[in-house]
Design a protein around this ligand. Structure first.
Ligand code: THU
Length: 141
């Protein structure tokens, strides 16, 4: 059983949040994702004047990890600067669910305020690859 060092992960998320490029929303987000390898991957939000091109911190972190060859993940911290811990957007929940299991803990932090959830609680009844199998549930021929 891998024990999560939450303080290390929170620190990493808080540090990368300082690098967020958020001149439009002024809402800075940092994410730190712990892979099964033990490595931590970080991402911040990067906004664009064409607003829809903005990338969220969580997807940024996951994509960094995948690019480094990681496929299995243990825990995620999302640090925001709002008054309350902020849950990930729906798009990020769906992207995380592609490679992170429903049992993966997701900690949300806003300064000293914390809340912790499982990914499966954040995205119940998710669309996953099992639904692409059109023969699923069909009687064997
Ligand atoms: N943002 C994230 O980075 N992650 C989320 O899950 C929610 C939103 C960013 C995108 C944008 O730069 C700013 O927060 C305001 O929406």
């Amino acid at each position: 059983m891998n024990k999560i060092d939450w303080s290390e992960l929170i620190q990493a998320a808080e540090n990368v949040r300082q690098n967020a490029y958020a001149p439009y929303s002024r809402f800075t987000v940092g994410a730190a994702l712990k892979a099964k390898s033990g490595r931590i991957y970080v991402g911040c939000n990067v906004e664009n004047v064409s607003f829809g091109l903005t990338i969220c911190a969580e997807r940024n972190a996951l994509f960094q990890a995948v690019a480094a060859g990681e496929r299995e993940f243990l825990a995620l911290v999302i640090a925001t600067d709002g008054p309350e811990p902020t849950p990930p957007c729906g798009a990020c929940r769906q992207v995380l669910a592609e490679l992170c299991g429903p049992e993966m803990p997701v900690a949300l932090t806003a300064g000293p305020k914390r809340s912790i959830h499982l990914l499966g609680e954040l995205l119940p009844l998710s669309f996953d690859k099992s639904f692409l199998d059109k023969d699923k549930g069909a009687a064997a021929k």
